[in-house]
Design a protein. Structure first.
Length: 235
């Protein structure tokens, strides 16, 4: 029984690690950290933001007042290593965000650009009319490591080993400034719990556990594919 339990736990850990890779949703960025690349700067367009104001279904009518962008931040994601419990905590993505600002400096929404492949030029990926998150991102210093966790619609900064929530309405687990080691435990535990919640009932064979893990990975891959397809379309 102990051997069977160990095998089952190893399967769960493997699924968690692979889900971590899928949760990133895009390959790690190949461009060097530092100044925002020229193609990324060019992809931020006030004209595009204004054109989106006619999309009433997205609640983005306020973007008609768009006049400029705030600081551009590269998007990072929790790494597969962190979700598995070891290694570097975040991975840099080929995605960048900036708050859309009105002429008076009011934050209107979050504008996103991305590189579909590491070798392609950055292009528009989407815009979110979440003014609260946009205002919070506008307060984040240039050069800060900005982390997005789309699984719980949350944003954080990582600075000097401290993870701090940024303007999210959902503080499901990291509610205050938290050392990265503790944050890693929290995030890893949450992903592991998600796997346990989706696992088959106790008593099934190791083969059943294996197929359950594969099913979870397929569902996650479908979800990532859906997100990528959405980013190819206008908001």
């Amino acid at each position: 029984m102990a051997g069977s339990g160990t095998k089952r736990w190893r399967i769960v850990v493997t699924v968690v690690a692979m889900l971590g890779l899928l949760a990133v949703g895009a390959p790690a960025a190949s461009a060097a950290e530092g100044d925002t690349p020229a193609d990324v700067v060019a992809a931020f367009s006030v004209e595009n933001a204004v054109e989106l104001e006619s999309d009433e279904a997205s609640g983005l009518g306020d973007l008609a007042d768009a006049a400029s962008f705030g600081t551009v931040h590269r998007v990072h994601a929790w790494s597969a290593s962190l979700i598995a419990g070891v290694g570097d905590p975040v991975s840099a993505m080929d995605e960048w965000v900036a708050p859309v600002l009105s002429g008076s400096g009011e934050a209107l929404g979050v504008y996103r650009v991305w590189r579909e492949t590491p070798d392609s030029d950055a292009t528009f990926a989407g815009v979110d009319g979440d003014a609260a998150t946009a205002a919070a991102l506008a307060e984040v210093a240039a050069g800060a490591t900005v982390v997005e966790d789309p699984t719980i619609a949350a944003w954080y900064t990582l600075d000097a080993g401290i993870v701090t929530p940024v303007g999210s309405a959902r503080f499901d687990d990291i509610r205050v400034a938290t050392p990265i080691d503790r944050a890693a435990e929290i995030v890893s535990a949450r992903f592991a719990q998600n796997v346990r919640d989706a696992a088959p009932p106790v008593g099934l064979s190791d083969e059943s556990w294996t197929w359950a893990g594969i099913a979870l990975l397929v569902m996650a891959a479908v979800g990532v594919g859906f997100v990528v397809r959405r980013r190819r379309l206008p908001a």
